[in-house]
Design a protein around this ligand. Sequence first.
Ligand code: URQ
Ligand code: ZN
Ligand code: ZN
Length: 587
Amino acid sequence: MTSNSPQPVKKVPIHLQSAQNRVYIKNGQVVNADKSFKADVYIEDGIIKFVGAAADITVPGGVRTIDATGKLVMPGGIDPHTHMQLPFGNAVAVDDFYHGTKAAVAGGTTMIIDFVLPNKQQSMLEAYDTWRSWADPKVCCDYGFHVGITWWSKSVSDEIGVLCKELGVNSFKTFMAYKGLYQLNDSDLLDVFERIRSLNGVAMVHAENGDIIAKNAKRLLAEGITGPEGHELSRQEEVEAEAVHRACILAHQVDCPLYVVHVMSKSAGIEVARARQRYQGKYIMGETLAAALGTDGSHYRCQHFGHAAAHILSPPLRPDPTTPEFLMKLLANNDLQTTGSDNCTFNKNQKELGLGDFTKIPNGVNGVEDRMSLVWERGVHAGLMDACQFVAITSSNAAKIFNIFPQKGCIAVGSDADVVVWDPQATRTISKDTHHHACDFNIFEGMTVHGVPEFVLVRGRVCVENGLVRVAEGFGRFIPTPVRPAYVYDRLEGNAEAQQPEQQQNGNASKKLAELDAHIQPQQPIAAMLSADQNGNSHNHPARARVDGVRDQQESSFSLSEELDKAAVRSSIKVHNPPGGKSSGFW
Ligand code: URQ
Ligand code: ZN
Ligand code: ZN
C-alpha cells in the first residue's frame, strides 16, 4: 500500500439540508486501486462530494458522522458474476434479487452484475425485460446485466445491437459447455465474437469443452458412478484449460476482447496468463471465484450426498488443494483481473434432484456475501497482496472492464457513494446460521476470516452498521454499462499509455509461465480410468460411493483433513479408496 497525501484543496463550505442523506466519514485510510492515503470523505445525496484533509472542509452540525479511525475506507465491492433467482433445469435459485443483494451488502458488496440467460429460441430482449421485472422491485444495491448468448441467428445478432445501443448492456456471455442447452460451436462463437467486436462490446466465455463433458458423463453413469464425485471427474482441469485456450484464440482471430468467467483451475489460469502474455496484455481478461479461492474439490468425495452436492458448480472446484493459493497468486500478479462469486444457490431438496445422476444436480454455490472477506483473508491477510490490489480485484477492475469507472469502484469526488468502512483486524466466522442468503448451506461453513465491513453505504445510505444489516428492498438502480470500455479498448487499439502497466508486469513472463507449468498435477483421462482389461476387469476406477451409485444419505465419516492429505500426495485419482471404503472395481 502506498501512502500519498491528497492534493491540497480549497476549503469546501457544506450547506445543511437533511442529515439523512449526508454522511461524513472521518479519520479513515482511503484505499483506492492505485493509492492509499489518509482522508475524510463527505457524502451528500448519494454522491461523494469531498475527499481530503479535515482542515479543508467545514462540516455543518447534524450530519451523520462515522469515525473510521484505524479503519480502511474503500469502494464497495462489485461482484461481476451472480445468478439471482436463476431458473436452472427444474429448479430456481433460492437467492432472489432481494436476498441475494441483501447478502451482498452485508458482506461489503454494493453492486452486482447478474446474467440474463434467455432460453434457446427466446428473444434476448424479452428475457432482458423479464430479468428487469424480477430485479427492479427487489434489488437492495445497484446492479447491471450481462446477457447470455445461448443460440445464434440473425435476430440474435440484431438484438445484441439493441442491447448495446439502447439497453445498457455491453457484455455477453457465451458457453462452450452445457451441450444441448447453452453450448455454441466454434463457428457460432466466431460469429458472436465478431458481432460483439463490431459494437465495441466485451465477450465473455464459460470455457469448458461440452462435448468431452457429455461423453465422460455418459460413460461414468454407465459405469455406475452416479454420485457428486462424477461431476468433477467428467470435467477435469484439462477440459477447462483446452476450452480457455481455444476461446482465447477464437476471440483473437476476430479481434474481440474476451473476459473468461469463473477460472477454476491452475491449468485454466495458466492458459489465461499465457494468452495475456501472447497478446501483450490485450484482448484477454480473467475472473476467478470466491469458491475457488476459499475451498476445493475434496468435498466431492464426501460420502454425504447433501454435503458433496452443495459444492457442485461448473467448472467444478478442483481436487488439487494448492489451487486456491495458486489462483490468488495469479490475481496478485494481474494474470487474473477480477473475483466474482457466481452466486447461484440451491437448497438441499433442489440439489437432491440429482440423486442417482450427478448431471441433474443443479449447478451453483453461494459466495456473494463472503467474497470480500475471503479475498481479504486469503489474499491480504495471507500476505499475497496489499489493500490496493484487494480493491482492484474486488471492485475497480470490474468497474473498468464493464465501463462504469469512476462512477463505481473508486473513492473520489463525483463517484457514487458506495463505500465500505473495513476493519482489517476484526474477524468473523462464516455460517449458514448467520448468513443473509436464503439458502440452507454455506460452502465456507466454519471458516474464520479477517476483514469485516463495519459500515456499508449504498449510494450514501448506511445499510450495514456494526453488524446490523438494514437494506431497503428496491433501493438499487439498474446501472447501464456503456460500450467501448477505455480500459479494454485503448489497450486493444494500441494506446501506448494504456499498455504500459501490463508490459511492465509481464516483464519476465516467459520464465514465470514455465515455472507455473511445473505446478500442474498430471491427470488421467477418464477413458483410461474406466478401461477394461481382456478379462473384463476395469482398472483405476475413480471415486465411487456405492455400486448402485446412490450415495449414502447417513452422516459420513468424512474427514476433510484426511482428504486433503490424500490429495496432496496423489498424482492422479486412481490409487485411493473411495470415501465410503472399497466398493468394487479398481481401488
Ligand atoms: O455456468 C454458470 O455460470 C451458471 C449458469 C451456473 N452456475 C455454475 O455452476 N457456475
Ligand atoms: Zn458459467
Ligand atoms: Zn455463472
